[in-house]
Write a protein that binds this ligand. Structure first.
Ligand SMILES: Cc1cc2nc3c(=O)[nH]c(=O)nc-3n(C[C@H](O)[C@H](O)[C@H](O)COP(=O)(O)OP(=O)(O)OC[C@H]3O[C@@H](n4cnc5c(N)ncnc54)[C@H](O)[C@@H]3O)c2cc1C
Length: 424
């Protein structure tokens, strides 16, 4: 049984691990020279309903990557505006830790390899084709997983955002994103909110060395610093364009919110450098990611695959998808949950076993099906879904799915007949 996963963000890493645990030979192919994709600049875990989702996954036997981020967290159980009990993993050290873990688990990793096409046989992908540095590559497998994300390439950031701002995806150096589903002839879905196509990423990173000693001390001690902005220094309307709808609340417009993820994570899609440097403590501020964070941010949600609740892509018999590719799901936790399901189901499909659909009595199962259903409406296509806030967290609260009681979550997973399912 051979499974090829294309795209080494959190979704691809989780899918690779899950398929490997089911006994498949797994090759994880990544365009750049590092795994983690946008997870290289994120870091927030376990905030609000993400705690519940992470614990559901642990109870289902799919918790390895949550344990890894927990172990590499700089802060645990912290609160910041609108968000409770968050953990912040260290974005500067996470990637090599994760890569070693995958290698030790038996996943073969092929970095600096960009897939640019597929070879089809009837309704199945036979092989993926691309380049590793300058050399042509061609890999065959029984099942494939598209975890190429939805950000970039620069032409999209130029067209739908404020231009390429040189984010961590480094499209100019490694070539832009290419999705497998589109190459297999699937009509992808584009996020659309009124006139805005896609959505802009919602945070930047500042070099701590460029901030005042007081701010850095507080940030390192508490994990969070909130600096009120004078009315004249606020960026009106910036919340509406954010991919991370869970942070589109007034507190993030009225204040600068910094989180300690190794660098100082600035919870704003962008902030003009000159205006930022007028704020006490930020006089020498400098962006670490994106390099041009004073101008804008990456644009995402530009190419999602239609799929079922087992995460099989519609119209291609042996193609699965996860993470942002699987819909308007924002977050590392969301990518790990869907990645694990896609990896597990890819192997079940090779074995000709029925695909696992996670019950909607669990937050993870409900998210997978709700996002698919809501994306069928134009209103739903304008929203983003995450366990950590906004419309899906509201639904979790309504359906009493949100819980921080680990034993209660374990009982719920057991009642759904899914205890340890991903570890079997
Ligand atoms: C600036 C920023 C901050 C964020 N902060 C947080 C946060 O704090 N907490 C949180 O939960 N979420 C955060 N998010 C959102 C979160 O990072 C994503 O929703 C999630 O990690 C997406 O994972 P993914 O694996 O689906 O996609 P991606 O992370 O986009 O990974 C896709 C991968 O596929 C690769 N790829 C693309 N095309 C090809 C190809 N043809 N061949 C080979 N490889 C290819 C890319 O190089 C990339 O590594 C943040 C996002 C951004 C941009």
């Amino acid at each position: 049984m051979k499974v090829i996963v294309v795209g080494g963000g959190w979704a691809g890493c989780a899918a690779s691990l899950a398929a490997c645990k089911q006994g498949a030979e797994v090759l994880l192919i990544e365009r750049t020279d590092m795994l983690l994709g946008t997870g290289l600049v994120g870091g927030i875990m376990r905030n609000n309903g993400r705690f519940t989702a992470a614990e559901e996954m642990i109870a289902m036997g799919g918790g390895d990557l949550f344990r890894l981020t927990d172990q590499n967290s700089l802060h645990r159980n912290i609160d910041f505006p609108g968000h409770r009990h968050a953990s912040l993993y260290n974005v500067a050290t996470m990637e090599p830790i994760l890569k070693n873990f995958l290698l030790l688990s038996g996943v073969a990793v092929k970095p600096s390899t960009r897939i640019t096409d597929v070879e089809m046989q009837a309704d199945r992908i036979k092989a993926v084709i691309g380049k590793c540095n300058k050399e042509e590559v061609h890999f065959e497998a029984d099942a494939f997983i598209d975890t190429t994300g939805t950000a970039g390439p620069p032409a999209n950031c130029n067209k739908y955002g404020n231009g390429c701002v040189m984010c961590v995806l480094r499209c100019h150096s490694f070539g832009g994103r290419v999705g497998l589903a589109a190459k297999a002839g699937v009509k992808e879905i584009v996020g659309q909110k009124g006139p805005q196509t896609g959505a802009m990423s919602g945070s930047c990173k500042l070099l701590k060395e460029s901030l005042s000693a007081d701010i850095v001390r507080e940030l390192n001690r508490d994990g969070v610093v909130v600096v009120p902005l004078p009315e004249s220094g606020r960026l009106a309307g910036k919340l509406a364009i954010k991919a991370c709808q869970q942070y589109a609340i007034a507190e993030f417009e009225k204040n600068i919110v910094l989180l300690n993820t190794g660098h100082a994570k600035l919870m704003s899609p962008f902030f003009p450098l000159e205006a930022l440097r007028k704020i006490p403590g930020f006089e020498h501020a400098r962006y670490e990611d994106p390099y041009a964070g004073g101008l804008g941010n990456s644009v995402r949600y530009l190419g999602m695959a239609p799929r079922d609740d087992g995460l099989q892509v519609e119209g291609v018999a042996n193609l699965f998808c996860a993470g942002e590719k699987a819909g308007l799901l924002v977050g590392h936790t969301e990518a790990i949950c869907t990645g694990t399901l896609a990896g597990y189901n890819a192997v079940r499909s090779i074995r000709r076993e029925p695909l696992l659909v996670i019950s909607d009595s669990l937050a993870v199962g409900d998210a997978v099906s709700q996002v698919r259903l809501r994306m069928k409406t134009s209103e739903g296509l304008g929203l983003k879904y995450t366990f950590s806030g906004s419309v899906f967290f509201d639904r979790m609260l309504e359906r009493k799915l949100y819980s921080t009681d680990v034993q209660q979550i374990e009982k719920r997973v057991e009642a759904a007949g899914l205890a340890g399912v991903f570890a079997q």
